[in-house]
Design a protein around this ligand. Structure first.
Ligand SMILES: O=C(O)CCC(=O)C(=O)O
Ligand SMILES: [Fe+2]
Length: 354
């Protein structure tokens, strides 16, 4: 009895239910004093905007240089002319919104937490709770594997709205194409064989769609929608809410708001890419602040190599002057370490630096 009682207290409600019920966020959501010292909401004034890169012109030296500058300064950029029609982006956003607007009971049909079964990485819910002092994020999410296609677990894919599966299938086939365009440009910038990164992707390479839903929060000064982190994989292609901001990126210890223009994508590098390019382009630290009045939605498509692959810098980027800056390890061990650290609010990649 005691054990199951304890297990229950480890399992939070959805944040959507909490947001409807409380005026003050429970203490498990409140960030520590030292993190709130400089208000969570106060962002620094940007000297220059985050670059907008035209993906259809990356073979032009000017545009490629803009991409290089963006990766060197921010690790992140906005992408336009990416080839996804506005109508498909809008359809993806409205299908996500419709999913989250359903009653909790409907959404729980896709739950990542089925009674009596271990926590699953895929499905609807929140992070796994591993300790009572873990600080929780003000968000619910739906996390689905989209790549490899034969690894999709349709038991977790919503059936409402009816269009959801087809729209996600179409949207993810397009973001996969964008992944490859960007990987080739980065390889060119680093003077590697253009296909170097694309060739690291076996038919088991993974892609996940993470639909983030941030309910309004009564105390945005105390709580984060998504804690400070860097993404684990090669790169992330992010579609953000047009109406509600919240994403912030860190540069030289300061936080800056990332505002995307309508129908642009926000693209950022992940830790595996940082390792594979030997630290020349870093994966940016970012977080999401909450909003007192409005809900917010985003969709992060994150792409990675397969679990058995050994992560190490490209041989062309290692020499006597620039030896490897990271310890070698298998991607599946990296992912395990990343999740453990993420839940505690730390970064695994920091422990791998030589
Ligand atoms: O909601 C956002 O804008 C960012 C989401 C994010 O960083 C993530 O899902 O890893
Ligand atoms: Fe992220």
């Amino acid at each position: 009895m005691a054990a199951s009682g304890q297990a229950l207290t480890m399992v939070p409600k959805t944040v959507q239910e909490l947001a409807a019920a409380v005026r003050e966020p429970p203490s498990r959501y409140v960030r520590p004093e030292q993190e709130r010292h400089a208000s969570l909401l106060a962002a620094d004034e940007m000297q220059e905007p985050i670059p907008l890169v035209d993906l259809s012109r990356l073979t032009d030296a000017d545009e490629a240089n803009k991409l290089r500058a963006a990766l060197q300064t921010w690790g992140l950029f906005l992408a336009t002319n990416h080839g996804i029609e506005d109508s498909l982006m809008d359809a993806m956003m409205s299908a996500s919104r419709e999913f989250f607007r359903q009653p909790i009971e409907e959404k729980k049909k896709c739950s990542n937490l089925v009674e009596g079964k271990p926590f699953e990485i895929e499905g609807y819910g929140n992070d796994k709770v591993v300790s009572q002092d873990q600080i929780l994020d003000w968000q619910d999410r739906l996390h689905l594997r989209v790549e490899p296609e034969d690894g999709r677990n349709f038991a977790k894919w919503p059936t409402h709205p009816e269009s959801f599966r087809d729209v996600l299938h179409e949207y993810s086939s397009r973001t996969k194409g964008i992944r490859d365009v960007i990987l080739r440009s980065i390889a060119n910038l680093l003077e590697l064989n253009e296909d170097y990164f694309v060739n690291q992707l076996s038919n088991k390479a993974t892609g996940f769609a993470r639909f983030n839903y941030y309910p309004p929060c009564p105390r945005p000064d105390l709580v984060l929608g998504l804690k400070s982190h860097s993404d684990g994989g090669l790169l992330t292609i992010l579609l953000v809410d047009e109406d509600v901001g919240g994403l912030q990126v860190q540069r030289d210890g300061k936080w800056y708001n990332v505002r995307a223009k309508p129908h642009t994508l926000v693209i950022n590098l992940g830790d595996c890419m940082e390792i594979m390019n030997n630290g020349i382009f870093r994966s940016p630290i970012h977080r999401v602040v909450t909003n007192a009045e409005k809900e917010r939605l985003s969709l992060a498509m994150s792409y990675n190599v397969d679990g058995e692959m050994v992560l190490e810098p490209a041989p062309g980027l290692v020499d006597d002057k620039r030896p490897s800056r990271y310890m070698k390890l298998k991607n599946k061990d990296f992912v395990a370490g990343l999740i453990k650290h993420f839940l505690q609010g730390t970064r695994f990649i920091e422990t791998l630096k030589i």
